[in-house]
Write a protein that binds this ligand. Structure first.
Ligand SMILES: Cc1ncc(C[n+]2csc(CCOP(=O)(O)OP(=O)(O)O)c2C)c(N)n1
Ligand SMILES: [Mg+2]
Length: 260
């Protein structure tokens, strides 16, 4: 979406110059001009938020489509269902991607919901759904393209369920000791989405192996350079935490930062 590696790294390190000026971490940041929103930690809440944004596209007559992701765990929340229903009734230009990665933190699907596929959950709201192999880059691309074009034609919300596997913990603090090792190894060995994509490209003669190595090298250099550039940058001053949080300026008004 146009975010630069250095912005993302600053955000992860909570630097003063990060997109949220150190107030938030990792993926919780927006760039409305580029067209993306940071995810809200409260599971499910991004669905009504994106339904609202899609409603704004419709009201303004803009040919834009909202696209939002939700985890298998997140689909058990009330807001997921309320947001979907609103989007369906209003025929909003919204595409919802449900990531069935077999874990909701440490809870497996069979302890979480009684349906087999997440796609079954949206049918009751009159929302068409498709289930695709989430580790097949082409399948995900095709399904998304179809749903986005359909939404842009005014046909309303569409749900795409991607079947995949969560190969790291829910977050850095989760060592996922509860996940069977053999299962992890099996998905890593036989079903890595990047490996599968590369194999398909090579088999179809779409790219030379040397070019792929060049891309890998270029990316590594770009990320290393961005890391070196921001790792020693300053953290925010504590008093800059107040502005933009409270409506009334803090008592020490002179501490307001221009950049905020
Ligand atoms: C409304 C709400 N309830 C509970 C939590 C605590 N919580 C954080 S992650 C998580 C499980 C998320 O499952 P999933 O969406 O499948 O994400 P994954 O574990 O695959 O990363 C829960 C219950 C939360 N963030 N929000
Ligand atoms: Mg999950």
């Amino acid at each position: 979406m146009g975010a630069q590696p250095i912005e993302i790294l600053r955000q992860y390190m909570a630097k003063a110059d990060s997109p949220t000026h150190g107030r938030e971490l990792n993926l919780h940041f927006n760039d409305l001009e580029k067209g993306y929103l940071g995810q809200i930690s409260h599971l499910g809440d991004m669905i009504p938020v994106m339904a609202g944004i899609a409603l704004s596209f419709k009201l303004r007559g803009e040919a834009r489509v909202g696209l939002v992701y939700i985890g298998d765990g997140g689909t058990s929340t009330g807001t997921f269902h309320e947001g979907l229903n609103l989007a369906a009734v209003q025929r909003l230009p919204l595409v919802v991607i449900g990531e069935y990665n077999h874990w909701a933190y440490s809870t497996p699907p069979q302890k979480q919901f009684a349906v087999k596929d997440l796609a079954e959950k949206t049918m009751g709201y009159g929302i068409p759904a498709v289930t695709v192999d989430g580790n097949d880059v082409f399948a995900v691309y095709e399904a998304t393209k179809f749903a986005v074009e359909r939404a842009r034609r005014g046909k309303g919300v569409h749900f795409i369920e991607v079947k995949t596997y969560r190969r790291k913990g829910h977050a850095e603090h989760d060592d996922q000791h509860y996940v069977p090792k053999e299962e992890l190894e099996q998905w890593a060995k036989a079903n890595d989405p990047v490996d599968r994509y590369v194999q398909r490209l090579l088999a179809a003669d779409r790219v030379a192996e040397g070019d792929l190595k060049d891309i890998d090298d270029r990316v590594r250099v770009e990320v290393d350079q961005a890391t070196d550039a921001c790792v020693d940058e300053p953290l925010p001053e504590p008093q800059t935490a107040l502005p933009s949080v409270y409506v009334d300026p803090p008592a020490a008004g002179k501490l307001w930062f221009k950049s905020l």
